[in-house]
Design a protein around this ligand. Structure first.
Ligand SMILES: *Cc1c(COP(=O)(O)O)cnc(C)c1O
Ligand code: SF4
Length: 322
């Protein structure tokens, strides 16, 4: 992550697109370009329409702001139990384990999230785990972010150990894009702590929901890392966002599902874009999304068709569109 590219000009020169891309937005925005090298290597040189490039390059279209797009469309601010802890749904709580991501995705639904106050410092970790331990209706903790795998193995192992001591906890779930962005992040240390939590009580599980939107993101190194996780008996799922110009066609979605299956990862959710300011140019109409799902259903086994969902503020779970 230290060596990640932070400058639009550097990025464009590395992928041989200087002077070919003009519609850029102001670099000094509060959500800067951030692309690690292992991800950059998967962007096709000289292709200004590359689906991976489109996910990371700040463009002028981000200044458009249609009326139904806002800063906090999901009502996360009001579902916050305490700093860094969000509970919207029964039995599972979401912990903002880190304020950092390994990549800045332009369509991100948390691009305006106030991480400065929400991410967990050491003392807040203790308080957060105490409040999970005090509520025995909670059986699953979701480590999210930012990206929870930006936390060091040492710190994560400490968190896993403390969660292990919470008797009513059945599952730890990680919502992370890191195994896709920097597959080397799947370390021996990580596999070890996952195994230790699983063995601590019968039926305990670790679920990892990775985030990939296009088959080109899943190269051999990513496949190897996902297979190692799968060998450690981690339940692997993937969530994608339906994105105009990235994956809004049948062939692309079918290829993504096939590629995920070959990496032992089941397609879980295909998200309708959350209407967050600056992302309107990625929006695909729900009617198109429904049609795409119908078409991929005809070409894939049922377990390879993701649930097409939308998050609506105040609902008891994600709303399933198809
Ligand atoms: C999406 C989400 C979850 C997880 O929902 P699942 O349907 O179980 O994947 C939990 N908490 C919050 C706040 C969420 O946004
Ligand atoms: S990895 Fe996830 S949280 Fe981080 S910028 Fe991308 S979409 Fe947002």
């Amino acid at each position: 992550m230290k060596r990640a590219i932070r400058s639009v000009n550097t990025l464009l020169s590395m992928i041989e697109l200087e002077s070919k891309v003009q519609d850029l937005t102001d670099e000094a925005s509060d959500f800067p370009l951030f692309v690690p090298l292992p991800y950059l290597e998967r962007i096709e040189k000289g292709n200004s329409d590359d689906p991976l490039l489109r996910q990371v390059l700040p463009v002028a279209d981000e200044r458009e702001s249609p009326e139904h797009f806002s800063i906090d469309p999901l009502g996360e601010q009001s579902a916050t139990l305490r700093d860094g802890l969000i509970q919207k749904y029964q039995k599972r709580v979401l912990v903002i384990a880190s304020r950092t991501c390994a990549i800045n995705c332009r369509y991100c639904f948390r691009r305006h999230f106030p991480y400065e106050t929400a991410a967990l410092g050491d003392q807040r970790w203790s308080e957060t785990i105490d409040s999970i331990a005090a509520d025995d209706t909670i059986n699953e903790v979701i480590l999210s972010g930012g990206d929870p795998l930006t936390v060091t193995d040492e710190k994560l192992a400490d968190v896993f150990n403390r969660l292990e001591a919470v008797e009513h906890l059945q599952r730890i779930r990680l919502h992370t894009r890191l195994p896709i962005v920097i597959p080397q992040r799947v370390t021996d240390g990580l596999l070890k702590m996952i195994g230790k939590f699983r063995r601590s009580r019968t039926g305990r599980q670790v679920v990892m929901v990775v985030h990939s939107n296009h088959a080109n993101e899943i190269d051999d190194a990513v496949c190897r890392s996902l297979s190692r996780l799968s060998d450690s008996a981690t339940q692997l799922l993937n969530q994608s966002v339906l994105l105009a110009g990235v994956n809004d066609d049948t062939d692309t979605l079918v290829r993504l599902s096939e590629r995920l299956l070959s990496a032992n990862t089941l397609p879980y959710y295909l998200h309708q874009l959350d209407p967050v300011e600056g992302t309107a140019h990625f929006e695909v109409p729900v009617s198109t999304g429904l049609k795409l799902i119908e078409e991929i259903r005809a070409r894939l086994p049922g377990y390879a068709v993701p649930r097409y969902v939308q998050e609506l503020a105040g609902e008891p779970g994600k709303t399933v569109l198809a």
